[in-house]
Design a protein around this ligand. Structure first.
Ligand code: MN
Length: 405
């Protein structure tokens, strides 16, 4: 097929794909663990490790992967080149400034990937602060820059995203003008980044509504959101935007990223999954892949999870409290919002400690092969209650209590 015919076909198919996504009501997950996540101090990943995470994201059903920033580092180019042809499901994108050189670098890094599975994600500051102090450019100059570079990117790429950096602090009428021009110039996705993480769910909702109401050609592009967690609201803002009609949500595994991080992928997915009645939106993420994915990213980045981190933390399915242990043994649903298997965990962990009761002790003894009498269970429990602060009871200690009488 000649280049010309291929281009012509792509132009024909593109709007159909976009309108299909928009009408289907599906929430498309974009993951930026490998780009914004890796920007977190100390989270550096080797190219091989990035490929490993990209493949796990693919297996989890991610729609697109922000694979790196080609113009910024040789390692990012290397990682992207290694993903080409190997990561087949998700669209791989490279971050770009509104510079031709960045788009060319992305083009080289993603060379060999099928056209509909590769893209660029352009960004340019649009807020008064960015215009005046960072870019020293007028509103008009920035609009021209957007039109010029989005157009340039659209000649090379089928998938072109444009995001006004610091969108949440940009005048809304100017913001809508930027989106309108970007879509006219060929953007297939427009992003709404809350770059410094200052929004609340209500304010995010108003922005998403206003963009949809005031960008006349918004039906020609997907609307994506990218939230930071500086106020601990990234997940809440993402969910509010989904409810308001955003098509794409960009997250990171474990919520890693700049400063307080980004919206956590696993939390957004689980909230969406458990509240189908509220959101009425489908998604393609396999929730049973989430907990193993969280562990993999924690291990490879070296950014450890706090024990109480939702979904992936080590305490999520562990309990030491007697009443909870008793309830969980009768029916796990009594004290859990969802079963461990839902997110790919093996089961509930009953931790034996000062707060435990006899049911849990009896249960664990039986599991390790001891059918203890009530009296023996009481003896073991007394031993546990007298343990020094912070000490936990492993199976060896349990057996020692039992045989010590
Ligand atoms: Mn960011």
């Amino acid at each position: 097929m000649s280049n010309f015919v291929q281009k012509w076909l792509e132009r024909l198919v593109k709007p159909l794909v976009i309108s299909h996504h928009k009408r289907s009501g599906a929430v498309l997950f974009s993951d930026t663990t490998l780009r914004d996540g890796e920007q977190m101090p100390g989270a550096t990943l080797e190219p091989e490790e990035k490929v490993q995470i990209a493949l796990a994201l693919e297996a989890a059903g991610i729609h697109s992967i922000d694979a790196g920033f080609a113009a910024s580092s040789e390692n990012d180019i290397k990682a992207m080149q290694m993903m080409v042809g190997k990561v087949k499901g998700p669209v791989l994108t490279s971050l770009c400034r509104t510079l031709r050189g960045d788009i060319d670098a992305a083009d080289r890094a993603l060379d060999g990937q099928p056209n509909h599975k590769r893209g660029v994600s352009l960004f340019c500051g649009t807020s008064p602060l960015h215009r005046r102090d960072k870019l020293q450019k007028s509103k008009e100059e920035i609009l021209d820059l957007i039109v010029e570079t989005v157009g340039y990117a659209a000649d090379k790429f089928t998938v072109v995203a444009f995001s006004p950096e610091d969108a949440s602090r940009t005048e809304v009428d100017y913001l809508c003008e930027c989106y309108t021009k970007a879509i006219e110039a060929g953007a297939t996705t427009v992003g709404f980044p809350d770059t410094v993480g200052i929004l609340t769910p209500e304010k995010a909702r108003v922005f998403i509504r206003q963009i949809q109401d005031n960008v006349p050609n918004i039906d020609k592009a997907l609307l994506a959101v990218h939230y930071h967690n500086d106020l601990g609201l990234a997940v809440a803002n993402t969910l509010a935007s989904i409810e308001e009609g955003a098509n794409v949500v960009q997250c990171t595994v474990n919520g890693i990223g700049e400063r307080s991080g980004n919206a956590s992928l696993e939390e957004v997915v689980m909230a969406l999954t458990l509240h189908q009645d509220q959101f009425n939106r489908t998604h393609k993420i396999d929730t049973t892949k989430l907990a193993p994915l969280c562990r993999m990213v924690a291990e490879l980045t070296g950014i450890r999870l706090s024990p109480q981190k939702p979904i992936g933390g080590s305490n999520i399915f562990a309990t030491e409290a007697g009443i909870h242990q008793d309830g969980l043994l009768k029916n796990p649903d009594t004290y859990l919002p969802f079963r461990p298997e839902t997110v790919g965990e093996s089961g509930i962990k009953l931790v034996l400690g000062r707060h435990s009761g006899k049911r849990a002790v009896e249960h664990r003894l039986k599991e390790i092969g001891f059918a203890a009498t009530d009296e023996e269970v009481a003896t073991v429990l007394n031993g546990i209650k007298e343990l020094p602060k912070g000490e936990v009871v492993d199976d060896e200690r349990l057996k020692a209590f039992l045989t010590a009488e």
